[in-house]
Design a protein around this ligand. Structure first.
Ligand code: PLP
Length: 393
């Protein structure tokens, strides 16, 4: 059975070009980039090239790129650094819809005595900007708001938010793990101090990430050790991972237009067809202000997990809520924050596409989904009761 992979916000396929670029650095060129000899030096040169490619994707300077082990490390490093370099300040501003890499860290920090404000979102998943302005205080050390939400794809006005923070002398971090490679990012046009990226969300391998640190930003390292990454992240470099991520950034830059035209058109084709063919379903999140590859849809009176299991029988991979929280029975904290009704939260499915998807794949899902929902609804006592009540009127 062919796999139809529509779970690209959970992780992506390593691009063939990325793998090709990495392979020699496992096999032959295994030197340590810190070594004095030529064998290690050629690896250091290749890492410098990868740093330039990553910088180009972000409109950044190569020196502003620090390679880390993942998006989670980048998020933790940014927030903990901001607190460390602002020792007199005790307040963190974040949102109710952050990924656990930020949310759970902030909860831990709250337990240690920091004051944490989680900004609310409206029913479209958008941040309340007036509340944001109101919550910033002279005691605020850092604001950490994601660029785009992993569950709904909703895009937040982080550039505007960073400028507001800057006016008040507050550090601003954004988790751009889902945004990078899907929408244009140009760090020359904003005042964001730190930004996180994860390789496996943009067709590089798992276990590699980036923390962008704007030139001149005070920074206190999370991993303390050697002089790697100019003393900003100790530990011998993940050489193949970095080289692969550099290539992935180069490809992501070249594919941005395809992402925003081709992938978006596939996403819209899927979404519009399901809305038309399936009664009592809706899209969660702002319809325009959204990543081009993501749709989060709720189907009333069915369980998201049951939908996923039946989709799986057809080889279709999707997700209910965030991949990191699926497997737990907790309803999505993102959809709860948006006030999505309970019966709709439980029937939510996220489809996240990539440039590797085809029209045939999408049409197959469009064909299969209505049958799956109908089958599950026929098994739902609540749904059957409702239908009987309607037909007896
Ligand atoms: N931030 C967001 C928005 C994510 O979607 C994810 C992964 O799902 C992460 C952070 C964590 O990235 P990583 O898996 O590289 O630690």
């Amino acid at each position: 059975m062919k796999t139809i992979y529509l779970d690209n916000n959970a992780t992506t396929m390593v691009a063939p070009e990325v793998l090709e670029e990495m392979l020699p650095y496992f096999r032959d060129l295994y030197g340590n980039p810190s070594s004095i000899h030529t064998f290690g030096g050629q690896v250091a040169k290749k890492i410098a090239e990868a740093r330039e490619k990553a910088a180009s994707l972000l409109g950044a300077e190569p020196d502003e790129i620090v390679f880390t082990s993942c998006g989670t490390e980048s998020d933790n490093a940014a927030i903990l650094s901001a607190l460390s370099v602002n020792p007199g300040k005790n307040h963190i501003v974040t949102s109710r819809v952050e990924h656990p890499a930020v949310k759970v860290l902030c909860e831990r920090l709250a337990a240690k005595g920091y004051r944490v404000t989680e900004l609310p979102v409206d029913s479209d998943g958008m941040i309340d900007m007036d509340a944001y302005r109101r919550f910033l205080t002279p005691d605020t050390a850092v604001v950490s708001i994601m660029w785009a939400n992993n569950e709904t794809g909703v895009i937040f006005p982080v550039e505007e938010m960073a400028s507001i923070a800057k006016e008040r002398g507050i550090m601003f971090h954004t988790d751009a793990v889902q945004a990078a490679g899907k929408i244009p990012i140009n760090m020359k046009n904003n005042e964001i101090d730190m930004l996180s990226i994860s390789g496996h969300k943009l067709h590089a391998q798992k276990g590699i990430g980036i923390l962008y640190i704007r030139k001149g930003t005070s920074f206190s390292p999370f991993l303390i050790g050697g002089h790697q990454e100019k003393g900003r992240r100790g530990g011998t470099e993940n050489v193949p991972g970095i080289i692969g991520l550099g290539k992935a950034c180069e490809l992501a830059y070249l594919n941005l237009e395809r992402e925003n035209n081709y992938v978006k058109s596939l996403r819209d084709r899927l979404e519009n067809a399901l809305l038309k063919k399936i009664p009592r379903c809706k899209v969660n999140g702002h319809r325009q202000n959204r990543l081009p590859n993501t749709t989060n849809m709720s189907f009333e009176s069915v369980e998201g997990e049951s939908i996923l299991l039946l989709l799986d029988q057809y080889g279709i991979c999707a997700s209910s809520g965030s991949a990191c929280t699926s497997g737990s029975i907790q309803p999505s904290h993102v959809l709860r924050a948006m006030g999505v009704p309970y019966t709709m939260i439980h029937g939510s499915v996220r489809f996240s596409l990539s440039i590797y998807n085809t029209e045939e794949e999408i049409d197959f899902v469009i064909d299969v989904m209505p049958k799956i929902i109908e089958r599950l609804r026929q098994m739902s006592p609540y749904w059957r009761h409702e239908q009987e009540a309607c037909s007896s009127v």
